[in-house]
Design a protein around this ligand. Structure first.
Ligand SMILES: Nc1ncnc2c1ncn2[C@@H]1O[C@H](COP(=O)(O)OP(=O)(O)O)[C@@H](O)[C@H]1O
Ligand SMILES: [Mg+2]
Length: 326
């Protein structure tokens, strides 16, 4: 694909791969600016009319996210079909997706983790106010550039626009991050995104998913019925109020969860500020929190795959059917 031209775009190297699309670095030859070009898998991978459905679902992302302008949401620049290929052009972001920072031994410092989760909360709150529910919040869909401390939520591919039915099938979600109501197949609203934010934060703090299963069915049963272990059981150095915050995001009952991403952000920022003060007063603290992520051992298979953007089977230990399609 590299070197090929698609409309005004000159395609460069592959930078990421998701369930149904590949993302390339590209140059917009009109402005000589760098963009990220997301290309739907080629029609050859589909049987006849299936590609049209896939294409419509793919371009739905541009519709759902295209009008969202927020510092923590990836900006969509253009979308369309050209030479039989469906594409979405977006601002190019350096760095990596958050999956890189969710593995034992690779966790980010605590206050940075809180600030990242807060920014995701703010981005979601903004989308929610525009009636957009993301529905696939997970580390692979959040891009973070540590050098510039830039964070952006991406991949509104199965987002649900208020008042209209999403064309995405239910199978398009990622098992480990699904809310109980997503597992049950009942109606989801913005609070489902906040549950998935809870899973993401849990993983950023501990390096493991809150709940895993031997099969998709078992994982879904656990998500529906079992509370996740307290984050402090995995790392006793994590502060109690943070454990409560995470548990409130992961509440099985949407009514008892946080109801607004901005509230989550506010509490996270407050906590980060308090921890910063405590650290300044404690002459024996190094990072401030005695936080030693490398001590945490992931249960077998619970760690996300290190492949950029790949987490379709996350949460299912072995041979489980990934929840992404096609
Ligand atoms: N704007 C971007 N800039 C840089 N990398 C990106 C950008 N968008 C996506 N990526 C990379 O490509 C991967 C897949 O993109 P994503 O939009 O999540 O596709 P999919 O819908 O197939 O999951 C991401 O996890 C990320 O690593
Ligand atoms: Mg993705």
């Amino acid at each position: 694909m590299a070197g090929r031209r698609l409309g005004p775009y000159r395609i460069g190297r592959l930078i990421g791969k998701g369930g149904k699309a590949s993302v390339y670095r590209a140059i917009d030859t009109r402005s000589q600016t760098q963009v990220a070009l997301k290309l739907l898998d080629l029609p050859a991978r589909y049987a006849g009319a299936d590609w049209q459905g896939a294409r419509d679902r793919f371009l739905h992302e541009a519709k759902a996210a295209g009008h969202l302008r927020h510092p923590n949401i990836v900006q969509i620049l253009d979308s369309g079909v050209q030479d039989g290929m469906a594409y979405i052009a977006m601002e190019y972001l350096g760095g990596q997706d958050l999956g890189a920072w969710c593995r034992p031994g690779h966790l980010l410092p605590l206050t940075l983790t809180l600030s990242i989760a807060a920014r995701i909360g703010q981005a979601l709150a903004f989308a929610h106010r525009q009636q957009v529910v993301h529905r696939d919040v997970k580390p692979a869909n959040i891009l973070y550039d540590r050098d510039s401390d830039t964070l952006k939520v991406t991949d509104f591919g199965i987002a649900h626009l208020g008042g209209s039915r999403s064309p995405a099938s239910d199978a398009a979600r990622t098992p480990g991050y699904m809310s109980p109501e997503q597992c049950a197949g009942t109606a989801v609203d913005l609070r489902s995104d906040l549950y998935s934010l809870g899973v993401t934060l849990y993983q950023m703090l501990t390096g493991v998913l809150p709940l895993v299963g031997e099969s998709l069915a078992e994982l879904e049963r656990r998500i529906a019925t079992e509370d996740a272990p307290d984050i402090r059981a995995l790392n006793p150095n994590l502060p109690q109020p943070l454990a409560e915050l995470v548990a409130r995001l992961l509440d099985k009952q949407p009514d008892r969860r946080y109801q607004d991403g901005d509230d989550v952000a506010q509490d996270l920022y407050r906590l980060a500020a308090e921890l910063g003060q405590q650290a300044a007063q404690d002459p024996f603290s190094d990072s401030g929190f005695g936080f030693a992520p490398t001590q945490i051992q992931a249960p077998d298979g619970a760690a996300p795959t290190p492949v950029r953007g790949g987490s379709a089977g996350a949460g299912v230990r072995s041979g489980g059917k990934p929840g992404k399609s096609p």
